[in-house]
Design a protein around this ligand. Structure first.
Ligand code: NAD
Length: 260
């Protein structure tokens, strides 16, 4: 479906970003992957994707808190592949504390990585997309882009911000063949979340499934996690021709979290 197109997924060395990158690879898109991690493991992943899906894959170590590195990554993508067609803003971090205990440097880092990085990627990628009259921008927000939880002031502010950015970009590009949407996942079972559950089960001596249900039911009516692959499939759909008129919206994939 996306043969000949190029997708860039920020924060795609693990979790949801990696699953999204794999989903686009499966559709034949060339890839620019990005994120932190062990150098050899990233190279193994990069080469593995190239081989498995017969596509071209490059890796950018650009730090999403550094505007100059972000712009250089977009320029490198366009130069190496000839275009940047699908931009997925996924990189994100978290810190949990009451506002009076929230370190200002954590606030700055979360706003920079979870929100401002998308301003910089879109700003740099938009001229090429408008020129080619085709583009898909997909922002990975969160249920926390639509509703709040305590102890997550920076994350909730950044994710609400990304939903606003999504709407403005969609309006500006509405007649240029470029769409911009947000995906709002609830709990997604990534290695990090799995570790939290395993730790809770170890501490309480209760079965893992019991701890899973406890964690999920604090927020989600549905006692099941979304899988990273589910988010990848939704991103692929938003990049498809079938979604050409879907723009400026935030799509929940959250087991009913924000229905309450
Ligand atoms: P993760 O920690 O597994 O992956 C985060 C990725 O971002 C990694 O590749 C990491 O290297 C990269 N990254 C972090 N800081 C970076 C920086 N400064 N520059 C470049 N890359 C950087 O997390 P995840 O759970 O896969 O989360 C991915 C996105 O999905 C985030 O935006 C997160 O807020 C969102 N999300 C996750 C969940 C969930 O339950 N896991 C739910 C809703 C939304």
């Amino acid at each position: 479906m996306l043969k000949g197109k190029t997708a860039l997924v920020t924060g795609s060395t693990s979790g949801i970003g990696l699953a999204i990158a794999r989903a686009f690879a499966k559709e034949g898109a060339n890839l620019m992957i990005n994120g932190f991690g062990d150098k050899d493991a990233i190279e193994k992943e990069r080469a593995g994707l190239e081989k498995e899906f017969a596509i071209k894959v490059r890796y950018s170590p650009a730090d999403m808190s550094k505007p100059a590195e972000i712009v250089a990554m977009i320029e490198e993508t366009e130069k190496a592949f000839g275009s940047l067609d699908v931009l997925v803003n996924n990189a994100g971090i978290q810190h949990v504390a009451n506002i009076e205990d929230f370190p200002p440097e954590k606030w700055d880092a979360i706003i920079a990585i979870n929100l401002s990085s998308s301003f910089h990627t879109v700003r740099a990628a938009m001229p090429g997309m408008k020129k080619r009259k085709w583009g898909r921008i997909i922002n990975i927000a969160s249920a926390h882009g639509l509703v709040a939880s305590g102890q997550k002031v920076a994350y909730v502010a950044a994710k609400h911000g990304i939903v606003g950015l999504t709407k403005t970009v969609a309006i500006e590009a509405a007649n240029d063949g470029v769409t911009c949407n947000a995906i709002c996942p609830g709990w997604v079972l990534t290695p990090l979340v799995q570790k939290q559950i395993d730790d809770r089960a170890k501490a309480s001596g209760k079965p893992v499934r019991e701890e899973e249900i406890k964690l999920l039911s604090e927020k989600q009516p549905m006692h099941e996690f979304s899988k990273p692959e589910n988010i990848g499939a939704l991103a692929v759909f938003l990049a498809s021709d079938a979604a050409a008129s879907m723009t400026g919206s935030a799509y929940s994939i959250d087991g009913g979290w924000v229905a309450q």
